[in-house]
Design a protein around this ligand. Structure first.
Ligand code: BES
Ligand code: ZN
Ligand code: ZN
Length: 490
């Protein structure tokens, strides 16, 4: 999308439509005082007829020879982070309106600050993203250009700065969405590694990559990860991305993303309905790759390791059986009682790998449990942590970034449920309850006491229905915006 800025009088621009965002009950007539012809008068008449008051979703369209003016209702004025969501919502509503009316260019008259406009731009980029790889005719969004009409030259300068950041962030999110939307037949472990290699190759040296094949993983003793991979035809890949800040820094962050490119459940096969969206089981990995694409361009002052243990989870004559016992790279043995609880097995080895890189903190993102969707619904991810400060920083970054996250406890008493009679651990518990927490507790056994947070993104990773006016059905790139906000504050 194109964004530009001007402080010129909006009415002389001649775009296809001039948009004026209006909060509920706000005085908007003054904004039309300089409008050509009798737009102001017309608008007033129409507003009365249609009871336009700025309620969310209300729209007032005024046509004239000189062009169209659209007032977009935003609802009640909100403060703080809620205000930012209103602005993102405005971008979504605007993209939908443009789609319906066939508008490709709009001018937006606003007095928002640069930080607020930044969120608008990110949301506009997310709202106009389309995945049309397999469509006969590409479905390109109608809205292609937004001209911000701002009050003064100082705002023009400050918005020019955030414009660049906003576009880099949304590129990362949209890359993650494409990786999730791509069917598992194409988005294999090898393809995931290729995309990560492309990110490194295009980073101008900021990002380096190491990809370990099956033999190299076996060498490192990754028995848990390879147990999941053994039933699949596609070879597993262990991907290690490193972003090195061009400016000196002592801070290092480790990130692991669950990269199960398709989760059939394995021999503990999923029912058909539960399997339909399981191409999304690599959404954690997609978030890591999207994040690195943005790190490469944004260049924050933190070093970051990103790891992905990529594999399919498939049933076959070679597949792992319920009851089998495997040894993870940290030496712990695990009795696999349900082959569908595979994410924690892949992450056990990924987290232990990260531990050896000695980061100051670790975060994992994983579409780990259906129980988390039961607990928090489809739009909120669960955050579990062994470090209060780290947890608080992630939750506050999520709020600013506009992703919904909620903390869940790592209840120590539940740890006993993970102990096996015949091995050190088992990969499921014998209780039906608290499945998200026990999965988190399982992962905790592999972080060697380092500050760590686990994000169960099973709900929001893939939107089965629109998750916001600016996030339609499909992969959402959930996690990328929060991680970036977190990293920039580190
Ligand atoms: N990938 C699934 C979790 C999932 C469910 C992700 C829904 C996205 C949407 C995970 O591997 C899984 O199957 N978990 C099992 C664990 C159980 C066997 C203990 C689950 O949640 O049922
Ligand atoms: Zn599973
Ligand atoms: Zn899974």
């Amino acid at each position: 999308m194109q964004f530009s800025l001007t402080k010129s009088e909006v009415w002389s621009l001649g775009p296809e439509a001039v948009i004026i965002p209006v909060f509920e009950g706000e005085e908007w007539r003054r904004a039309l005082a300089q409008a050509p012809e009798n737009i102001g008068l017309k608008a007033e008449r129409l507003a009365k007829q249609q009871a336009f008051s700025g309620k969310r979703g209300q729209q007032l369209m005024v046509h004239s020879e000189a062009g169209q003016v659209i007032l977009v209702g935003l609802g009640l004025v909100k403060r703080g982070e809620a205000f930012l969501e209103t602005v993102r919502d405005c971008a979504g509503l605007l993209a939908q309106t443009a789609e319906r009316l066939g508008l490709s260019t709009v001018a937006l008259k606003t007095s928002w600050t640069a930080e607020v406009i930044e969120q608008f731009i990110i949301a506009a980029e997310l709202a106009t993203y389309r995945y049309h790889e397999f469509k006969k005719e590409p479905k390109v969004a109608k809205l292609q250009e937004v001209i911000f009409v701002v009050a003064d030259a100082a705002t023009v300068r400050s918005v020019t700065k955030v414009l660049d950041r906003a576009q880099k962030v949304s590129e990362g999110v949209n890359l993650a969405r494409t990786l999730v939307n791509t069917p598992a037949q194409t988005m294999t472990p090898a393809r995931l590694a290729e995309v990560a290699e492309e990110v490194a190759a295009n980073s101008g040296g900021a990002v380096t990559i190491k990809v370990l094949d099956k033999a190299a993983c076996a060498e490192l003793g990754m028995g848990a990860f390879l147990a999941v991979a053994q039933g699949a035809e596609h070879e597993p890949k262990f991907i290690h991305l490193t972003y090195t800040s061009p400016r000196p820094t002592k801070k290092t962050l480790g990130i692991a993303g669950k990269g199960v490119t398709f989760d059939s459940g394995g021999l503990s096969l999923k029912p058909a309905e539960y399997m339909m969206t399981m191409k999304c089981d690599m959404a954690g990995a997609a978030a890591v790759i999207g994040l690195f694409a943005t790190l490469a361009t944004l260049k924050p002052r933190v070093n970051v390791h990103g790891v992905i243990a990529a594999t399919e989870n498939m049933p076959s004559g070679k597949a792992i059986r319920p009851g089998d016992i495997v040894k993870a790279s940290n030496g712990s043995t695990i009795e696999i009682l349900n082959t569908d609880a595979e994410g924690r097995l892949t992450l056990a080895d990924a987290l232990h790998y990260l531990v050896q890189l000695k980061p100051d903190a670790m975060i994992d993102l994983a579409t780990l449990t259906g129980a988390c969707v039961v607990a928090l619904g489809e739009e909120i991810s669960g955050v579990m942590t062994n470090d209060r400060k780290l947890g608080a920083s992630i939750l506050s970054a999520a709020k600013v970034a506009g992703e919904k996250m909620w903390e869940l406890p790592l209840e120590p008493r539940y740890r006993d449920f993970l102990l096996s009679d015949v091995a050190d651990y088992k990969n499921i518990t014998s209780t039906r309850y608290g499945g998200t927490l026990t999965a988190g507790l399982f992962l905790q056994e592999f972080v060697s006491g380092l500050p760590w947070a686990h994000l169960d993104i099973a709900g929001p990773a893939f939107a089965e229905r629109p998750m916001a006016s600016y996030l339609p059905r499909g992969g959402t790139g959930h996690g990328v915006r929060t991680l970036l906000a977190f990293i920039e504050k580190m």
